[in-house]
Design a protein around this ligand. Structure first.
Ligand code: GTP
Length: 360
């Protein structure tokens, strides 16, 4: 059975991290996010995967190629301009002649696709939507159901007073190919806001498949941090890096007089100098340099970044190629690619800095 993964969105809520890096490639424990989604599909025996691309298509293709290294067969379908979540799989119609899965490409979950498919068939469903309970459903799309799980109503981003269930659309669907006939060609069309409500209004058999377990949508920086730190601390059933507290990549030079308090992940070819303190949770990418007496905590650092002598980097994210010169500080900050903080500059807490800015 085929799965289409939607990875063509703009990722606006995750900017400025996603100006150069598509959301599907942002590093999670130093691996591109989409790799986790592909591995989960493969583990469940789904290895024919269509990636629906639009924005920043080239780096995604370059990263995953034909999927061979992950044991999956990848095919790419590229929209000239973004067609929306339903327009994206309409654009792949020729490849979708049988029942198929659709997954949002920004969701990490441990959904049981086999059980979902069995449920879909048992219910003779046209569209089955995985749902998940969350504490606060107001930022999401609510899915109301009858006791037999037939969907009765969709409610996008409800007001607190409108909340009738805490089950939300989990961003994973099974569709019958006939659904494609309800989507216009070459038109921007949303699955959540147009296709599904229209099918429901026409008495289509739409069912919810309620699931539980770890689920997170990395749509914004807070959720992106949460996923990294959850996986780092062993949640999410992810043991790509084993269960060690401090994991150091290949080719690193770590001075013996440093303090690394887990959970900490350091990528390959990093240098950590004397007196540096790294207090987890912290993820550091490849080819990074941490200078003498630098202090880093509660942070994510992508590749090729320097946190020089005496810097403090607290509860922050630095993308690729950033340079914090000696004595500079950042707290609760997000630094996009190639940001420089000049010597001894103290960035205002909570700052979000666009790519290539030099501050100081
Ligand atoms: P925001 O701009 O922050 O809302 O992010 P987004 O549009 O990238 O993500 P959203 O949560 O709105 O979309 C859910 C999933 O669908 C993400 O994996 C997106 O990459 C993907 N997606 C959204 N719009 C399109 C589209 O027009 N084409 C394709 N191929 N994928 C899309």
């Amino acid at each position: 059975m085929k799965a289409v993964i939607l990875v063509g969105g703009l990722g606006t809520r995750l900017r400025p991290l996603t100006w150069n890096t598509p959301k599907s490639l942002v590093p999670v424990l130093n691996r591109p996010f989409l790799e986790y989604v592909l591995r989960h599909l493969k583990e469940q025996g789904i290895d024919e995967i269509v990636l629906a691309l639009s924005n920043l298509a080239v780096p995604i293709k370059e990263c995953f190629g034909n999927g061979h290294h992950l044991g999956v067969k990848l095919v790419y379908v590229v929209e000239e301009s973004a067609l929306g979540t339903a327009g994206a799989f309409k654009n792949a119609s020729e490849l979708l002649t049988d029942t198929f899965f659709v997954l949002n490409g920004d969701v990490f979950s441990l959904l049981d696709f086999h059980s979902m498919l069995e449920f879909h068939k048992r219910q003779n469903s046209l569209v089955t939507i995985a749902t998940i309970p969350v504490d606060d459903p107001t930022p999401f799309g609510l899915v109301e159901t009858a006791p037999d799980k037939r969907i009765t109503r969709f409610l996008e981003k409800p007001m607190p007073i409108e909340v009738t269930t805490n089950f939300i659309n989990a961003g994973a669907y099974i569709l019958e190919p006939s659904v494609l006939d309800s989507i216009p060609y070459d038109t921007t069309y949303s699955a959540e806001k147009q296709l599904f409500p229209n099918l429901l209004a026409n008495n289509g058999r739409l069912f919810a498949f309620p699931s539980t377990g770890y689920w997170i949508d990395i749509g914004n920086p807070q959720k992106y941090r949460d996923l990294n730190f959850d996986l780092l601390s062993g949640q999410g059933d992810c043991d790509f890096h084993g269960k060690q507290e401090v994991i150091i990549g290949d080719g690193c030079q770590i001075h013996p007089q440093t303090k690394l308090e887990g959970p900490v992940l350091v990528g390959d070819n990093c240098v950590i100098e004397e007196g540096a303190v790294i207090s987890g949770p912290v993820v550091i990418g490849n080819n990074c340099h941490v200078g003498e007496r630098a202090f880093i905590t509660d942070s994510i650092i992508w590749n090729e970044t320097t946190i020089a002598t005496g810097c403090r980097f607290i509860s922050s994210i630095a993308a690729t190629g950033c340079e914090l010169q000696a004595g500079s500080c950042a707290e609760k900050a997000i630094l996009a690619d190639y940001v420089t903080l000049i010597e001894n500059f103290r960035l205002t807490s909570g700052s979000v800095i666009e790519p290539q800015q030099i501050l100081g």
